[in-house]
Design a protein around this ligand. Structure first.
Ligand SMILES: [Zn+2]
Length: 78
């Protein structure tokens, strides 16, 4: 399973999980990454400001899922 963690398909599954449980996640104000609620700073950019609004988390997860889908498309075309 670990070998496929960074595939676009698993990113889509991750996004589905986030959309199902937005209360367990928050969105980094610095870079837009979705991090787990218990994170103190963003693992990507080390910012410490987050938006934990469920609406924002769901919107961001859907955006990431769309980007994951489009990266599959561009990989297929290249
Ligand atoms: Zn960040």
């Amino acid at each position: 399973m670990n070998a496929h963690e960074h595939s676009p398909d698993s990113r889509l599954k991750q996004a589905e999980k986030i959309v199902s449980h937005p209360e367990q996640y928050k969105v980094c104000e610095g870079c837009g990454s979705i991090v787990v609620m218990r994170a103190v700073t963003c693992p990507s950019c080390h910012a410490y400001r987050f938006d934990a609004t469920a609406v924002r988390v769901v919107a961001q997860a859907k955006d990431l899922a769309l980007r994951a889908a489009s990266s599959v498309l561009s990989t297929d075309l290249s």
